[in-house]
Design a protein around this ligand. Structure first.
Ligand code: SF4
Length: 248
């Protein structure tokens, strides 16, 4: 069997259609299973383990995407690979992105950047936009929040910028965890140095995923954490704006 005949499969949780949050226009979003991080505010704990996903082939996903192709094109959208952490399955994701590009659709990769070194230049050449989470700045705080190191994410951001790749940075705002003004200031200063970061999405923490933790029988660590009030969201957006960074 030649390489091109291999029926590549990946561990997939689900796919969905979304508008507004996962890239420009209406998106076909593929949620992969498996993530090396354990963010305290994670809203998708059902995607943490790769073995809990459904083995799905690139061909089968392309068949599904094909059904929405016209709709996506008219809506100025594309396909987003999200998770979980897509770069935990870099070969599968690279092939999927490549096939979507061959179809002529816009592609986006939604990642924490922790496994950015797994993204080959070829994978990135088939990616039009990277949605990159910068969850915190201070290394110790980042580790408490995610269980992992922040350095790989920052290195990935710098690499994407040097390659001229478009990025939308995502920052989840959690009262008492990620709202420290100095922290936000550091992130805003860093983002302002990334030539290709088009905007920062300040995403107010919410608890819509809490019932998933209950269903999985694991405690939701932020059960008693409040959601941010509009004044806090405004303050953080203003901090980015003062550095010349566009926000949503
Ligand atoms: S990186 Fe995303 S999927 Fe993984 S634990 Fe964090 S929020 Fe959840």
């Amino acid at each position: 069997m030649t390489t091109t005949q291999i029926r590549r499969t990946g561990s997939i949780h689900s796919w969905d259609i979304s508008t507004g949050t996962d890239g420009p226009g209406t998106r076909f979003v593929v949620f992969t299973n498996g993530c090396p991080l354990r963010c305290l505010y994670c809203q998708n704990p059902e995607t943490w383990r790769m073995r809990d996903g459904h083995r799905t082939s690139v061909d089968d996903l392309m068949t599904e995407i094909g059904k929405y192709r016209r709709f996506i094109e008219v809506a100025g959208g594309g396909v987003t690979i999200s998770g979980g952490e897509p770069l935990l399955q870099p070969v599968f994701v690279a092939e999927l992105l490549h096939r979507v590009k061959q179809l002529g659709l816009h592609t986006a990769l939604d990642t924490s950047g922790y496994l950015g070194s797994k993204a080959t230049d070829a994978l990135l050449a088939d990616t039009d936009l990277v949605l990159l989470d910068i969850k915190s700045w201070d290394a110790d705080r980042y580790r408490r929040l995610t269980g992992a190191a922040i350095a790989p994410t920052l290195a990935f951001a710098r690499r994407l910028s040097a390659m001229g790749m478009k990025m939308w940075i995502r920052f989840v705002l959690v009262p008492g965890l990620t709202d420290d003004p100095d922290e936000v200031e550091h992130i805003a200063a860093f983002v302002s140095t990334l030539a290709t970061a088009e905007r920062v999405d300040v995403l107010p923490f919410h608890k819509l995923g809490a019932s998933k933790y209950t269903a999985l029988g694991i405690p939701f660590p932020l059960e008693h954490t409040p959601t941010p009030d509009p004044g806090l969201v405004r303050r953080v957006r203003n901090q980015f704006a003062r550095r010349g960074v566009s926000t949503t």
